[in-house]
Design a binder for this molecule. Structure first.
Ligand code: HEC
Length: 120
């Protein structure tokens, strides 16, 4: 009985493990990318630091129908904003901007990797 319980715990753990690696391989986690690459300046709450790092929550550019301006900002950088072209793939940039465009009350459409590659 004890042995059976141990076996089923191991089986459940194995299924969970496989499930999470499959997700990581197919779709980058936009929130995780934001927390590791962007939140130091823009803050986890999306409020930024007034006068230094712009708020992304409620930001007109972030919520614009056409995401090409914010894609260019993330790819190429702008003033104190670093360029992420070398460290994030088009799929990563799409995922982080999809997160930014839907978090903190923002309500803009998702960004696809092909939208990112279309911006020079
Ligand atoms: C070192 C600080 C810093 C980091 C890290 C950073 N940003 Fe920025 N970000 C800025 C600054 C400063 C600006 C304003 C640039 C300007 O307009 O001169 C900005 C601007 C932006 C804008 C445009 C806002 C607007 O009003 O047009 C977006 C979108 C943005 N950042 C997203 C991100 C994302 C996504 C990441 C992570 C992948 C990130 N930033 C990482 C500092 C940073």
């Amino acid at each position: 009985m004890v042995a059976l319980a141990v076996v089923s715990v191991i089986a459940v753990a194995a299924i969970r493990y496989n499930g999470s690696t499959a997700t990581a391989a197919t779709a980058p986690d936009g929130k995780a990318i934001f927390e590791s690459k962007c939140s130091a300046c823009h803050k986890s709450s999306g409020t930024g630091v007034p006068g230094t790092f712009p708020a992304l929550a409620g930001n007109t550019d972030v919520n614009a129908k056409d995401p090409s301006a914010i894609i260019a900002t993330v790819e190429h950088g702008k003033n104190a904003m670093p360029s992420f072209k070398a460290s994030l793939s088009p799929a990563d940039i799409a995922a982080v901007l999809t997160y930014v465009r839907s978090a903190w009350g923002n309500h803009a459409s998702p960004v696809a990797a092909k939208d990112v590659t279309a911006v020079k």
